[in-house]
Design a protein around this ligand. Structure first.
Ligand code: LMR
Length: 396
């Protein structure tokens, strides 16, 4: 009966990771998926996370179902981490625990499709490829706004502001809170202020995707400044929060979706509708990962330790940016690669075209996404020179 089921296209990111796993070339390098690796190329579990797991084991953490909206204490800690100490979360934030950032975007997208009907959602060009699939699947009309100028390798603020102005009032704008994926190019705080100003005038809705808080600059407060500023300007906000990168909890699927609202009554209404969206999809979220985050954030010493460890990951990536540019120069490249050190977060958006990326994979077994994005976390002392020399060959 299934003869008519066609072969689906491989995922633009995870499909390449799959191809990497199957490759038998001993030189192979994985700079495809945004997942942190240490300088030995090994996946890394934060010691603060391990310590929290030990505490959970010792306290015999139960395995009972969580409520539909997740663990209340985790959600509270997560919101404080995101919005800071001054936000009255009991009155102004309706929030649920989600299956990481993807789950948050998907629940938020369904909520918008139901309660902010007939308003398109604009995503940056380019954006994380999954955004488009998620919002299309939610039934939203997904469009693009200008974000990045490929000829200058810099933010296209003028284009972005024009597109914000041209969109019909009340449109939804998906904004990367920090460490824009894939470009690593963020607006400065001054530029964010200009963006939010237009959002306010046009009565747009901001849907912030915050996947790298603390992981981008090494400082969780700095990385939250865009959406905290937007909150201060009273623009309507949804926030998708992921703990995959900053806590290294990729496979645990920990996140939140929050909707900033006017009062406690609105909050209760929104929360009730979010529950109705979640229940038929997966009933309730998993508990182990959120218990880890809660344990870390509720223990002052562990929290302090966590902040240092997270900053350590950010620092290693910043150092690798400098080293990659130096290695490219040493390999003989005459190109200006300074945008790589100017970018922030997990990725370098190199400017390589699809043919160059394909050549890197076919001839050098270097696996990256075809938009020229490199996961900086995949680079280390051992593979840096090989990757730089290979990039030089394909870009010369
Ligand atoms: C990425 O962009 O590589 C990560 O966010 C992983 C993913 O799910 O795509």
């Amino acid at each position: 009966i299934w003869q008519n089921v066609p072969m689906g296209a491989p995922d633009a990111i995870l499909g390449i990771a799959q191809a990497y796993r199957q490759c038998e070339d001993p030189r192979k390098v994985n700079v495809c998926v945004g997942a942190y690796r240490d300088d030995a190329g090994k996946s890394y579990v934060l010691p603060s996370v391990r310590a929290a797991e030990k505490m959970l084991w010792e306290s015999q953490e139960p395995k009972e179902y969580l409520p539909i909206e997740g663990d209340k204490d985790f959600v509270r800690c997560a919101l404080k981490f995101a919005y800071g100490p001054n936000m009255d979360i009991d009155t102004h934030v309706a929030a649920v625990q989600t299956l990481s950032g993807t789950g948050a975007c998907a629940i938020g997208g369904r909520f918008l499709a139901q309660f902010w009907k007939n308003h398109p959602i604009y995503v940056p060009d380019p954006t994380w490829s999954n955004h488009i699939s998620i919002f299309n699947q939610c039934g939203l009309d997904c469009r693009k706004y200008r974000y990045y100028n490929r000829s200058t390798n810099a933010l296209d603020l003028e284009g972005m502001l024009k597109d914000l102005n041209r969109a019909k009032d009340g449109s939804i704008f998906l904004l990367h809170a920090c460490a824009h994926n894939p470009t690593g190019c963020d607006p400065s705080l001054e530029q964010w202020k200009e963006v939010i100003d237009v959002v306010r005038q046009k009565h747009h809705v901001c849907f912030f995707d915050s996947a790298y808080q603390g992981f981008a600059s090494g400082n969780a407060e700095v990385d939250a400044q865009a959406f905290r500023y937007a909150v201060s300007q009273h623009v309507p906000i949804l926030l998708a929060q992921s703990f995959a990168k900053n806590f290294g909890l990729y496979g645990e699927r920990v996140g939140t979706l929050s909707v900033v609202c006017g009062d406690a009554e609105q909050r209760d209404h929104i929360l009730s509708e979010l529950r109705l969206i979640i229940r038929p999809l997966y009933s309730s979220p998993p508990r182990h990962g959120s218990s880890i985050v809660k344990t870390v954030l509720m223990d002052p010493a562990l929290k302090e330790q966590y902040y240092e460890e997270c900053a350590g990951m950010a620092l290693r990536i910043q150092k690798m940016r400098v080293k990659l540019v130096q290695a490219l120069q040493k390999a003989g490249s005459q190109h200006d690669w300074s945008h790589i050190t100017g970018q922030i977060g997990m990725f370098a958006f190199t400017g390589m075209n699809e043919a160059m990326c394909q050549q890197l994979t076919d001839e050098f077994s270097i696996y990256l996404t075809m938009n020229g994005r490199i996961s900086m976390a995949g680079l280390n002392q051992k593979n840096l020179e090989y990757v730089a020399a290979s990039i030089h060959v394909v870009t010369d």
